[in-house]
Design a protein around this ligand. Structure first.
Ligand code: G16
Length: 542
């Protein structure tokens, strides 16, 4: 039986950088998830009888919302739901399933790298038929609908058994529980030279992958250990846990500290990597060298042709605005297009669909390509492994040679988390007010060349996205960017991105924070970070 249930709107269901992210107790309010899911369906047209993909990163509340989403999909007229066994689908795997099975779209339940558990974070996002995050015109429509919604539709049916692969039926809609790993592993085998990587592992190359008790565990076990033959135990923390073992499943130097220390030790493995809650981010560490996400994008772009899936070269590269300019130099050398987009993977979708770009990346540990429409943690790991297997050099040698060829973009991001929202908004407003006066001013020997609030003009659909971050560019190529995160769930997170370009190879060995010290001081001088936030130091430095 299909029920129509009366409801009242919530005012806070505005999707952020990547879907709606809130604390679990917020999602547990009466009809909260239902309202948002109905608002998604009400903002779409033409899905009657079509396929919807549903899956999540396995965090606390995943199974409950999956049952709700399946029953609502049935009541709203979808013809079929494909759902990952156990309710599991990594974000890139969901993107692949949507594309491969020509689904109308997908609902992915995740709060990415944010912690999970009864009082931690949860999230819902909608992906369109190309497999990518819904563009702003859809997320804006969802938000508008969520403020006016007065009822939702749901099938009054028993829960679907998510743990057995196969087909069940709800109100005439087919629900197929699929192996969450199979389609994705098959795609990776098409893109990369598994035989070469297998041979490298057979020759004693040591890899360690930390799945951080999150969704990539089953994928990494199957691909890295079973198919590529790395020794059992190469994949750590491979059981997805609802609370990620109490940790932040965030692959950075703070939350993946143990991996970092392993990789800095005298007897370190050759290659270390980690992924996040939903499997779309990556951390790459070679023996005694951390590769920043911005550098990793540039290095993967420069070497991608060594993998079979990219042998014919790249059509172009895209990066988010705060990501360092390292990839720009690669694009220039390759003679291909370079696109600078706002933060958020959704902005890459049009460029990928139009084949303007093949590889995209963000400073926030995201790299990916046209194989799906999401960033993809394991993909980045496998591309690195493929490059290492072909070049037969160490990570540190590849990094050093890259810097020697292109110059080094020293880069760091300073996050001030859970700052008072009014203070953070005030800081940004004051920065915007200073923009016109900054050009020509000097700060400790560095002169501001230009300063603006980044606006993106999408070259494909001509949409304009404004207020995407304050950029202060100095003569000589150094840069400071300020923006507020769109993924936090309490207070505001101020992100300060600091970059300096150093062409001289003799100066490529300076410790990053030291190399950026003058710019870090200037950032505080211009924005008054310490006085406004009351913080002496960032909460996280990446
Ligand atoms: C999401 C988006 C990314 C973005 C990141 C950080 O990643 O998909 O495109 O770069 O958030 O965004 P913000 O700086 O606004 O917090 P994820 O891995 O959290 O889904």
């Amino acid at each position: 039986m299909i029920k129509t249930v009366s409801t009242t709107p919530y005012s806070d269901q505005k999707p952020g950088t990547s879907g709606l992210r809130k604390k679990v107790p917020v999602f547990q309010q009466q009809n909260y998830a239902e309202n948002f899911i109905q608002s998604i369906f009400d903002s779409l047209e033409g899905f009657a009888g079509q396929t919807l993909v549903i899956g999540g990163d396995g965090r606390y509340y995943n199974r409950e919302v999956i049952q709700i989403a399946i029953k609502m999909a049935a009541a709203n007229g979808f013809g079929q739901v494909l759902v990952g066994r156990g309710g599991i689908l990594s974000t890139p795997a969901a993107s692949n399933v949507i594309r491969k099975h020509k689904a109308f779209g997908g609902i992915i339940l995740s709060a990415s790298h944010n912690p999970g558990g009864p009082t931690e974070d949860f999230g819902i996002k909608y992906n369109i038929g190309n497999g990518g995050p819904a563009p702003e015109k859809i997320t804006d429509a969802i938000f508008a609908r969520s403020k006016a919604i007065d009822s939702y539709r749901i099938a009054d049916a028993a829960d679907v058994n998510l743990d057995i692969e196969g087909t069940q039926t709800i109100e005439g809609m087919t629900v197929t529980v699929i192996d969450p790993v199979a389609d994705y592993a098959e795609l990776m085998e098409q893109l990369f030279d598994f035989a070469a990587i297998r041979a490298m592992f057979g020759g004693g190359f040591r890899v360690v992958f930390d799945a951080m008790s999150a969704v990539t565990g089953p994928y990494a076990k199957e691909i890295i250990e079973n198919r590529l033959g790395a020794p059992k135990g190469s994949v750590l923390n491979f059981m997805p846990l609802p609370d990620f073992g109490g940790h932040h499943p965030d692959p950075n130097l703070v939350h993946a500290r143990a991996l970092y220390e392993t990789m800095m030790a005298d007897d370190a493995p050759d290659f270390g990597a980690a992924s996040d809650g939903d499997g779309d981010r990556n951390l790459i560490i070679g023996r005694s060298i951390f590769v920043t996400p911005s550098d990793s994008l540039a290095m993967l772009a420069a070497n991608a042709h060594l993998a079979p899936g990219y042998a014919k070269g790249l059509s172009g590269i895209a990066r988010s605005m705060p990501t360092s300019g390292a990839a720009d130099r690669v694009a220039e050398k390759l003679g291909i297009g370079m696109y600078e987009t706002p933060t958020g993977w959704k902005f890459f979708g049009n460029l990928l669909d139009a084949d303007k770009v093949t590889i995209c990346g963000e400073e926030s540990a995201g790299t990916g390509s046209n194989h799906v429409r999401e960033k993809d943690g394991l993909w980045a790991v496998l591309l690195w492994l493929n490059v290492l297997a072909v070049r037969k050099e160490s990570v540190i040698d590849i990094v050093r040679e890259h810097w020697a060829t292109y110059g080094r973009n020293y880069y760091s991001r300073h996050d001030y988390e859970e700052v008072d929202s009014a203070a953070a908004n005030g800081l940004m407003a004051d920065l915007r007010a200073q923009l016109a006066d900054l050009p020509g001013k000097s700060f400790g020997g560095l002169t501001v060349e230009t300063a603006d609030d980044f606006a993106y003009h999408d070259p494909i659909d001509k949409s304009v996205s404004e207020h995407q971050g304050v950029r202060i560019l100095f003569a000589g190529g150094s840069r400071i960017v300020f923006r507020l995160s769109g993924t936090g769930t309490s207070g505001a997170t101020l992100r300060v991105y600091i970059e300096r370009y150093e062409p001289d190879a003799a100066r490529h060995d300076v410790e990053t924070q030291t190399a950026l010290a003058d710019l870090i001081a200037i950032a505080d001088e211009i924005a008054g970070i310490k006085s406004r936030t009351g913080r002496d130091a960032p909460s996280v430095i990446t």
